[in-house]
Design a protein. Structure first.
Length: 501
């Protein structure tokens, strides 16, 4: 077996760079209260972020490995590496929630680690049961792949070839092939592959829901950040707006005191959907009032250095917003041109773009793929945050802010990204099928996972949900761009004037 040593070296260097960047992000964003504490959650966070990045970047490595090896070489065993990375993700899918609940169960008045571990195991076990029991039952009864094939034969051979639907492994003109019939080949898949399918299935709902919202919300919020940029104001105006923020803060404080008394009577936690929604909405209100105060301080700050930094940052936001809008638009166009007409794509579009870049220099195609795939992950995080901010019924927000991010926010976002990364790689394997043909991920997803009995129909049409949510979110945010109005309508007096100018 001959292995591309240069490709292995590049992969090792990139892996080390990813680890270094993730450690830097953790240190740069962490709250001072977590400094030199919560070692176990920090290790889990860095490892989860690293595995997420490696998972996404393995696809261009798979493509490079397939295209650089000679016909008599096997190259790097990418199929085995894909299985290994998904086994690790499956383990982390339960280790990360354990670390989250372990951190949440910490009591400043008690140093009992046993109590933290017990609470973490209790919640993690509930998640494991909810996932593994249905997965095992579905595998036992529906763990069958139905692969469409076309039987071909040639005058040069008495045995037919089974050609996978959409595949091409022989030149029918040269060997005088004749089509016999279309058939369905069925086989029972391993539990490991079905486990990967269920993790992909679970992560795909995050991609549909949060990713669809994020495709619209991410670029629009960046552009709105430029539109609502800080503008110089006189001291009188500054004092007036500061008083308004103080009034809103007092109203939130009164509401928080009222909720605290109520929750103490009910065991210290909100119970029921209505109480949970109110509690999450209150947290959102606190988050936004902190943002408004920082915005006001940035607006009034007349120092030359901070003013220059503020100007540079808002133009960076605008630049990123325009790029994001372009990427979101090209993603939707690619879905319409390549995925919607499933049998005969109208155009290769991004497939042709990546292949052309690879032809110029292999690294160009890799960078372009990384931009488009990591953008989807960014959209998932943005969509989750936007949903939690606007509709706080199902989940609360976990913002990551420089110097203020607690470990529970790190772990929550790491878990979301970890599961969403599987769905993103699967989606990219479908969307860039021509770019990734004959690779290990092509065999794993486009042959095994995509042809599972009954579930295969979900894989054929789920991207319609992404399109629908992106369009609905775009319309909604253009009509209601202000997050504060949506969040504080039940928390503070509605007739307070706007702070952003």
């Amino acid at each position: 077996m001959a292995v591309n040593i240069f490709l292995c070296v590049i992969a090792a260097v990139i892996t080390l760079a990813i680890i270094a960047v993730n450690i830097y992000i953790l240190v740069y964003f962490q709250n001072e209260e977590d400094k030199n504490t919560a070692i176990f959650p920090k290790i889990v966070t860095v490892f989860a972020f690293t595995v997420t990045c490696i998972n996404v970047l393995m696809m261009p490595m798979d493509v490079a490995n397939e295209r650089t090896k000679s016909p008599n070489e096997t190259g790097i065993p990418m199929t085995q590496l894909w299985l290994a990375i998904y086994i690790i993700i499956a383990i982390l899918a339960f280790v990360v929630p354990f670390a989250y609940f372990y951190y949440e169960a910490e009591d400043p008045d008690s140093k009992s680690v046993t109590k933290q571990i017990t609470a973490a195991i209790k919640w993690d076990l509930a998640w494991a049961i909810l996932f593994f029991v249905p997965t095992v039952l579905l595998w036992l009864f529906l763990g069958i792949a139905e692969i469409p094939v076309t039987k071909l034969y040639s005058n040069l051979s008495t045995e037919p070839w089974n050609i996978r639907d959409g595949g091409s492994v022989i030149n029918c003109v040269q060997v005088n092939c004749t089509q016999l019939e279309n058939q369905i080949v069925t086989y029972r898949i391993s539990y490991l592959l079905y486990l990967i399918s269920m993790l992909t299935f679970f992560g795909t709902f995050m991609l549909i829901f949060f990713g669809g919202i994020g495709l619209a919300a991410l670029p629009l919020d960046l552009i709105n950040g430029f539109r609502n940029r800080p503008k110089p104001m006189k001291k009188e105006e500054y004092e007036k707006r500061r008083i308004l923020i103080a009034k809103r803060a007092q109203q939130l404080l009164d509401k928080g005191t009222e909720m605290k008394k109520k929750y103490v009577r009910s065991g210290g936690r909100p119970r029921g959907r209505k109480e949970l929604a109110t509690f999450n909405q209150y947290r959102n209100g606190v988050f936004l009032i902190e943002q408004d105060f920082k915005f006001l301080e940035a607006t009034y700050n007349r120092g030359l250095g901070p003013r220059i930094l503020a100007i540079v940052w808002v133009w960076i936001q605008f630049f990123l917003g325009v790029i994001g809008l372009s990427i979101s638009a090209t993603w939707l166009i690619h879905i319409f041109l390549y995925l919607v007409p499933r049998r005969r794509p109208i155009a290769q579009f991004l497939n042709a773009f990546f292949i052309t870049l690879d032809g110029a220099w292999g690294l160009f195609g890799t960078v372009a793929y990384a931009v488009y795939s990591f953008y989807l992950l960014w959209c998932v995080i943005k969509g989750n945050f936007k949903w939690g901010l606007r509709i706080p019924l199902l989940c609360s927000i976990h913002p990551m802010r420089v110097g203020e991010t607690m470990m529970n926010a790190f772990l929550f976002n790491a878990w979301i990204l970890l599961l969403a990364s599987i769905a993103v790689v699967h989606f990219c394997a479908q969307a860039f099928k021509n770019y990734a043909r004959f690779t290990g991920i092509d065999v794993l997803f486009n042959v095994g996972v995509d042809n599972l009995k009954y579930i295969k129909y979900f894989w054929r049409y789920y991207y319609w949900g992404i399109i629908a949510l992106a369009i609905v979110t775009t319309v909604y945010l253009m009509i209601n761009p202000n997050d504060r109005k949506a969040v504080e309508k039940n928390m503070v007096t509605e007739d307070l004037p706007e702070i952003h100018v």
